[in-house]
Design a binder for this molecule. Structure first.
Ligand SMILES: C[S@@+](CC[C@H](N)C(=O)[O-])C[C@H]1O[C@@H](n2cnc3c(N)ncnc32)[C@H](O)[C@@H]1O
Length: 390
C-alpha cells in the first residue's frame, strides 16, 4: 500500500491557523525538504527519520500525516468500495486497533461521522473476509489512525503517524479553567521572537502552559521526549533503531537554560497544578512559581525580557468590569515592566483598548475556537509615560 522504505516521501504537518509560518521554520530546522505552506497545514518531504523527528521535535504541529492516495466518489457506497480495495493488512495487524477521522467540506455529503463509519466498515470487512477476524476500534491510542479529507467529491486518504494530536504532550494531567493549548502556547512564544535567554514572565499563568513551553524552548527539550504514545510506533513499518536515533538526536539538543522563568497566579490551586505540570515536563527546577496577584508581581531587579499574558477575556462579564481589569493590567505594565516586551492575547478588542498602550505588533491567533489578537507592547526603559493607544 505504501512503501516506507522508499528514501523520501511526502508528509503534511497540520497546525492551527496563523501558525503555518512558524511551523515551516521548525520543519526547516529538522531537515525537512520541499516545504510548502497551506491553510492550517505545511507539506514537506523527508525519510522515516524526518517523520520521527517531526513527531518528537515539532512544537507547533498537531499531526504528522502521510498521504497515501486520493480518488473521486459520487456516493457513500463509492467510498466503501474504494477503501475496501486498499491493502490495509500492510499497515495494520488484524489484532490491532483503528480510528478514523473525517474532515468534510463537500456539497455532496453532510455527515462526517457517517463517512467515518463507512470507512471503518470497509476496512474491517476486508480483514474479516481475509482473516475471519477484524481489528477493533480504539479512539484513545489507536495503532492505526486514518484521516480522510473530503473536499466536494475528492477524498484524500492519509495515515496519521502521530495517532493523537501532538498538543497532548503528556505533562498536563490537570488543568485550570480556560487553559491555553500547548501548541498555541509554543506558537505564541516562537512568534514573539523571545530569545530563550532573557527573563520570561507569565503573571496569570493558570496551569502554567506558557511558562512550561517557554522552559522547554529555552532548554531545547523536544516536546515528544516525555510522550510515550505515537501512532507510528505501532505500524508494521516501525523502525526501532531509526526511532531511537531520532530520540537520541533530540536528547543531544538539550541545554541548561540560562534565563529566569517565572509564573504566578492569584489562585493557589492553579499554582499547585502548574508546579505538578512542570515536574511532569521535567522543567520544575528552571521555573519559579508563586501564588500572587499580578498587582504584587515585580520583575527581577534591572532585568529585561518578555512578559506574556493570557488574561481572562471576560466574555460573560459586563464590559465596564473587564475594562477596569485591562486598564489596571496596562498601568501595572507601564509602572513596573520597563525594558520588557509585553505580549497580551485576548479576544476582547473593547477591553484591550483600555490597556492604554500602543501595540507595535498585532497578530491574529486562535485560542481554541476564539479568534484573538496577540498584541506586542514595547515598554521602553527610562520613561514611565508609555505612548497612548490611538
Ligand atoms: C485564561 S486563564 C490563563 C490560563 C493559562 N494560560 C493556562 O494555560 O492555564 C487566566 C488566569 O488569570 C488568573 N488571574 C486573573 N486575575 C488575576 C490577577 N489579578 N492576578 C493574577 N492572576 C490573575 C486566573 O486565576 C487564571 O488562572
Amino acid at each position: 500500500m505504501f512503501n516506507f522504505k522508499s528514501t523520501t516521501f511526502k508528509m503534511v504537518a497540520t497546525t492551527q491557523q496563523y501558525l503555518e509560518p512558524v511551523l515551516s521554520k521548525e520543519l526547516e530546522s529538522i531537515g525537512a525538504k520541499d516545504i510548502e505552506t497551506y491553510n492550517r497545514a505545511v507539506s514537506f518531504s523527508g525519510d522515516l527519520s524526518v517523520m520521527y523527528s517531526a513527531n518528537i521535535q515539532l512544537r507547533t504541529a498537531l499531526k504528522i500525516l502521510v498521504p497515501i492516495t486520493s480518488f473521486h466518489i459520487r456516493s457513500e457506497h463509492d467510498l466503501y468500495k474504494k477503501i475496501k480495495e486498499m491493502a490495509w493488512e500492510e499497515v495494520l495487524d488484524v489484532d490491532g486497533t483503528l480510528a478514523i477521522s473525517v474532515v468534510l467540506n463537500s456539497k455532496l455529503f453532510n455527515h462526517s461521522q457517517f463517512l467515518a463509519q463507512k470507512t471503518k466498515d470497509a476496512i474491517v470487512d476486508r480483514f474479516r473476509e481475509k482473516f475471519g477476524r477484524r481489528p477493533s476500534v480504539d479512539l484513545t491510542e489507536p495503532h492505526l489512525s486514518v484521516m480522510l479529507h473530503i473536499v466536494n467529491d475528492e477524498v484524500k486518504v492519509s495515515l496519521d503517524s502521530s495517532g493523537i494530536s501532538l498538543h497532548r504532550r503528556g505533562y498536563k494531567k490537570e488543568q485550570t479553567i480556560a487553559p491555553i493549548n500547548e501548541v498555541t502556547a509554543a506558537g505564541m512564544i516562537l512568534l514573539s521572537g523571545w530569545d530563550g535567554k532573557s527573563t520570561f514572565i507569565d503573571p496569570m499563568c493558570g496551569s502554567g502552559t506558557l511558562v512550561i513551553e517557554a522552559a522547554l524552548i529555552a532548554s531545547q527539550i523536544s516536546p515528544g521526549l516525555f510522550r510515550s504514545y505515537f501512532g507510528c510506533k505501532h505500524w508494521p513499518s516501525f523502525n526501532k533503531e531509526s526511532w531511537q536515533q531520532a530520540i537520541e538526536k533530540a536528547k543531544q539538543l538539550v541545554i541548561e537554560p540560562a534565563c529566569k522563568l517565572i509564573g504566578s497566579d492569584k489562585t493557589f490551586k492553579a499554582i499547585e497544578i502548574a508546579r505538578q505540570n512542570a515536574v511532569r515536563a521535567g522543567v520544575d527546577e528552571f521555573v519559579v512559581f508563586s501564588n500572587k496577584r499580578f498587582e504584587e508581581v515585580k520583575p527581577p531587579a534591572s532585568s529585561e525580557g518578555t512578559v506574556m499574558i493570557n488574561p481572562p477575556y471576560g466574555e460573560r462579564l459586563p464590559i465596564e468590569e473587564i475594562s477596569i481589569f485591562y486598564k489596571q493590567m496596562g498601568d501595572k505594565l507601564k509602572q513596573d515592566f520597563q525594558g520588557y516586551a509585553a505580549w497580551i492575547i485576548s479576544s476582547n478588542a473593547e477591553a484591550m483598548k483600555r490597556v492604554g498602550l500602543a501595540a507595535s505588533t498585532k497578530l491574529n491567533l486562535f485560542n481554541g475556537p476564539l479568534l484573538c489578537k496577540f498584541h506586542k507592547f514595547e515598554l521602553y526603559k527610562g520613561s514611565k509615560r508609555a505612548p497612548k493607544q490611538v
